[in-house]
Unconditional design. Structure first.
Ligand SMILES: Nc1ncnc2c1ncn2[C@@H]1O[C@H](COP(=O)(O)OP(=O)(O)O)[C@@H](O)[C@H]1O
Ligand SMILES: O=P(O)(O)OC[C@H](O)[C@H](O)CO
Length: 549
């Protein structure tokens, strides 16, 4: 029998579910990916079929066998991470209670605002280090408890995405220390906290919260059923990873022991992180914002500010172009449009426009929490063309990153990092990297690690099975050697963005009442629409949902 020399990391993202094979010392040897999708509805719902998600995960694992010779005989361990937040309710016989509510679901917006205004919310923030937002399971369960309690009545466990996959892989209902503590617990103890649960009004639902296990120490064996569905050997140790945001950052270099560094993921969502010890966490004064997410290393956490939407803004702009092309009968290829971004950046003037990248239907969560925030350009003039708009969008992502680091009170007064490690799809663009470097006034480095999220959780499995004595030893082989060269910020660009940032921040504050008025307008017209629909039920079905991915 061949040596067991492969660890498989599963990263179940919002847009793609990937299974990635690594050797024990971190060389990537194969990837298998399955496209993911979710449903949206006018009331703000963003949901995903739980059974299909597991089936897609199993399909990705089966697909990996075609990419790696003799995989089944060589696999030493599996690990799983996935999209964070959201609510994946499991009932009798481990069956889904309903479709999962994703982190993109905006239905809990009002409940979130109400809970955040209560005096108990201060103690909740002090323990979790995390501002309440509509993405989180705590807010979503509180909303369900008030508006659709039958869902919780029928549930036996409230899981996150990766926990649902772990349940299907091993038969164990469990969650990890990161999501448990930023949602319902304390990042210092990595345990649930009764005051936090009470502040969310969920004490009577406490039994729904599963056991917390740390995948660097505990594994469970792959069940016979899962072995049948994935083609991997029964009994293979499975490690439950932390939430994908921190797995990606771990794989991309957020914690290599170098002082002052930070890591930003510029994918669908934008995640900006600095690794600190839990004693060094400085929570924001005044308005609450951000997350504190534990790292799978003793006493280490990340201070996090996260933009709801990062490349979703780029995709929005490209889809506008693609729609127009389709309408005029011109075939378009999305990959071709993405490939043109750097060309458009080269033909446009830096700092000509402001773009607020709050394009998510659920508003923004970093550095301010505002479900009503929406995207927009400021400063348009008649001579601006598509290239200028695209530059504006990319610069908006840079400004948003600066805004997040400026709000991150790490004891250094919101100083920018001394070096920024970046990952996520948009890190492929040299022009975008230059914008980021100039906006945060720091050199950027891109890891050659292709699948940082899958690597992050595979690293946990590597420690769990004893391939490394601890996470630091694993980082030294899996992460540090893969960091690319530093790309220095251009002085002129830096000056331009430093000059523009105060206007970006002022616009964000000034538009708050406008966003509130627009939200009220949307709510009223949605209610009018519902009344109209009720009156015209006889006239046939109404289209209520769309697909996203
Ligand atoms: N060369 C590029 N330049 C700019 N943006 C890019 C480039 N390649 C990919 N992207 C953006 O990155 C996105 C995918 O990022 P990724 O991190 O893979 O997504 P996710 O966060 O959903 O896992 C694409 O939708 C696209 O907007
Ligand atoms: O699916 P991706 O974009 O990889 O991750 C989503 C995050 O986990 C989410 O933003 C958590 O709220």
């Amino acid at each position: 029998m061949a040596d067991r020399d492969i660890i498989i990391g599963i990263d179940a993202g919002t847009s793609v579910i990937k299974a990635v094979a690594f050797t024990l010392n971190g060389t990537q040897v194969g990837t298998s990916a399955v496209l993911n999708s979710y449903d949206t509805a006018p009331d703000g719902a963003a949901t995903q079929d739980m059974a299909r998600t597991w089936a897609d995960c199993a399909r990705a694992l089966r697909g990996l066998q075609d990419k790696v010779d003799d995989l089944s005989a060589r696999v030493a361990a599996l690990a799983v991470t996935g999209q964070g937040d959201g609510t994946w309710l499991v009932g009798a016989d481990n069956r889904p209670v309903t479709d999962a509510w994703l982190w993109l679901d905006a239905r809990a917006a009002r409940t979130t605002t109400d809970l955040a205004a209560k005096p108990q919310n201060a103690a909740r923030f002090a323990a979790t280090g995390t501002a309440l937002n509509t993405c989180q399971m705590g807010a979503q369960m509180a909303h369900m408890d008030q508006h659709c309690p039958d869902l919780l009545d029928r549930a036996e466990a409230a899981l996150h995405c990766k926990d649902w996959l772990y349940l299907n892989l091993t038969g164990e209902r469990a969650t990890d220390p990161s999501e448990a503590s930023f949602t319902f617990g304390d990042f210092r103890t990595r345990q649930y906290d009764d005051d936090v649960i009470a502040a969310l009004g969920l004490t009577h639902r406490r039994a729904l919260l599963p056991q917390i296990i740390d995948g660097t120490r505990v594994t469970h064996p792959l069940s016979a059923k899962a072995a049948g569905e994935t083609g991997l050997p029964e009994g293979t140790p499975v490690s439950l990873g932390y939430v994908d945001m921190v797995m990606t950052a771990l794989g991309a270099g957020v914690h290599t022991g170098d002082a002052g560094t930070a890591c930003s993921t510029i994918g669908s969502t934008g995640v900006h992180m600095r690794a600190v010890t839990s004693d060094d966490v400085h929570l924001t004064d005044g308005a609450q914002s951000g997350y504190v997410i534990c790292l799978p290393a003793p006493n280490m956490v990340t201070q996090v500010q996260t933009n709801m939407a990062a490349t979703l803004n780029i995709d929005w702009a490209l889809r506008m172009a693609a729609d127009l092309m389709s309408e005029t009968g011109h075939p378009h290829d999305y990959a071709d449009l993405v490939g043109r971004i750097d060309g458009w950046m080269g033909r446009s003037t830096p700092g000509a426009l402001l773009y607020q990248p709050y394009v998510s239907e659920a508003g923004e969560r970093g550095p301010m929490v505002n479900p009503n925030a929406r995207a927009g350009f400021i400063g348009l003039a008649a001579h601006h063309r598509f290239a200028d708009l695209m530059r504006g969008v990319v610069e908006g992502l840079g400004m948003a990153a600066r805004d997040c680091y400026a709000a991150m009170n790490t004891g250094s007064g919101g100083d920018m990092p001394s070096e920024l490690r970046i990952t996520g799809g948009a890190a492929r663009s040299p022009a975008l990297r230059a914008v980021l470097a100039a906006c945060v006034e720091a050199p950027v480095r891109v890891s050659t690690r292709e699948e940082a999220g899958a690597a992050g959780c595979a690293m946990m499995a590597a420690v769990a099975i004893g391939a490394y004595p601890d996470m630091d030893a694993c980082i030294a082989e899996w992460v540090t050697p893969l960091l690319g060269d530093a790309e220095q910020p251009d002085p002129l660009l830096t000056e331009t963005y430093a000059g523009l940032y105060p206007a970006y921040a002022a616009a964000r504050d000034a538009l708050t009442p406008v966003w509130d008025q627009l939200a009220e307008h949307r709510r009223a017209s949605h209610e009018r629409q519902l009344e109209t629909n009720e009156r015209s039920l006889d006239a046939g079905p109404v289209t209520a949902s769309t697909k996203g991915s």
